[in-house]
Design a protein around this ligand. Structure first.
Ligand code: SF4
Length: 373
């Protein structure tokens, strides 16, 4: 199957998933499946249990937006696996809720219903490594081809399965941390990273809640313009990455950026992550509009400050020039500016011609060199 056929088959699958009504209690939930899952040529597929009510069911990006998503993204960051080289999906593609509207565990019938789609995802993406996150995901793979593994006995152990390497892991949500600590999970993810790189040991990074370079850029943006909308921050970050590609031939980070309804959205700038990066950031939410206010510069000496040396002079100049150029624009104008970039223009053209549904498509795909940033 060539790239075009693969993309067409994937888009057909998205159409079928979107129309699926096999599980009655999922009727009001989103179908969390599409380009936001990651790259179609990903080397590793992560399979979770189900989209979370406060996470993927809201953001439409698997494992993003809730505590399980933050833990998952932190683990990936520390072992150097990028979302661009991963495909992240779930055993069931819709959020199952109990009578009170809380997250519920999918039933075996629901997992069976959705396993048809899971098999097609595996056949389309053809990842070399498959990591299941939790018992439900492991059960879903058993439906596709028997492996006889259990999470208690086989966590982190590799097994050849369905022509791939299967590695059972615990779910990264808070409840599973009781059974498997964060540091043990970190070693588990390191094993996945090594399997992905063909046993080449990937360097573990320190920290893990956010990328230090992203934090340094955010701090620099806000030092130039201490008050802005959350919306504007995402657009400025994207425009900075576009400018970096143009001026120095590479992005400043390998942060995962997808095209959402209102333009580029960067997963590393999720509000909860921003608050961790900058504890003194004041966040105001009014009529669903979010605005950010940074501490005045003089107070920054008394608060945590990120390592600006992560940005060289040229990179710093790019950030500052984009903020000076566009920082004063309204949200609408910033959106327009983002849509004027060649990548977004290509998306609009393709949509206009009815060629593709480009919602949530990853933007600024990193080169192999950028993936290691
Ligand atoms: S969970 Fe899967 S099978 Fe069930 S309704 Fe959603 S897409 Fe269909």
């Amino acid at each position: 199957m060539d790239d075009l056929q693969q993309r067409q088959a994937f888009e057909q699958l998205v159409i079928e998933v979107t129309a699926c009504r096999k599980c009655p209690r999922m009727n009001k939930s989103e179908r969390v499946f599409g380009y936001s899952c990651g790259g179609l040529n990903a080397s590793v597929m992560f399979i979770g249990e189900a989209p979370g009510r406060l996470g993927a069911d809201d953001t439409l990006i698997p494992f993003h937006g809730d505590q399980a998503g933050h833990n998952f993204e932190g683990l990936l960051l520390q072992v150097g696996i990028n979302r661009y080289e991963s495909f992240v999906t779930n055993a069931v593609l819709c959020n199952p809720k109990d009578e009170k509207g809380n997250n519920a565990t999918p039933t075996i019938d629901e997992v069976r219903n959705c396993s048809v789609f899971l098999r097609r995802q595996l056949d389309l993406v053809r990842p070399g490594v498959v990591a299941t996150l939790g018992a439900v995901a492991l059960k879903a793979t058993e439906i596709i081809e028997a492996h006889g593994l259990s999470i208690a006995d086989h966590v982190r152990k590799e097994k050849k399965w369905y022509g791939r390497t299967l590695i059972p892991l615990y779910h990264p949500g808070q409840r599973a941390l009781v059974h498997r600590s964060f540091s043990n999970q970190l070693s588990d993810y390191q094993a996945v990273a090594e399997a992905v790189s063909g046993r080449r040991r990937r360097k573990m990074r320190s920290g893990g809640k956010y990328s230090p370079k992203v934090a340094a850029i955010v701090e620099l943006i806000l030092s130039q313009k201490p008050r802005m909308s959350y919306f504007a921050l995402h657009k400025l970050f994207y425009l900075i990455e576009v400018a970096a590609r143009k001026e120095i031939g590479k992005r400043l980070t390998n942060s995962y950026i997808v095209r959402q309804k209102d333009g580029p959205y960067c997963v590393d700038l999720h509000l909860a992550k921003l608050k961790t990066m900058m504890p003194t950031l004041y966040v105001d939410v009014r009529h669903s509009k979010v605005s950010l206010t940074a501490q005045p510069a003089r107070d920054l000496f008394n608060t945590q400050s990120h390592d600006r040396s992560l940005l060289d002079k040229l990179e710093e100049r790019i950030v500052i020039s984009i903020v000076r150029r566009y920082g004063g624009c309204s949200d609408a104008e910033l959106k327009r500016r983002s849509y004027l970039t060649s990548e977004m223009r290509d998306i609009l053209r393709a949509e206009k011609r009815g060629l593709r549904n480009m919602f949530n498509v990853p933007l600024l795909l990193p080169t192999p060199e950028e993936l290691t940033l």
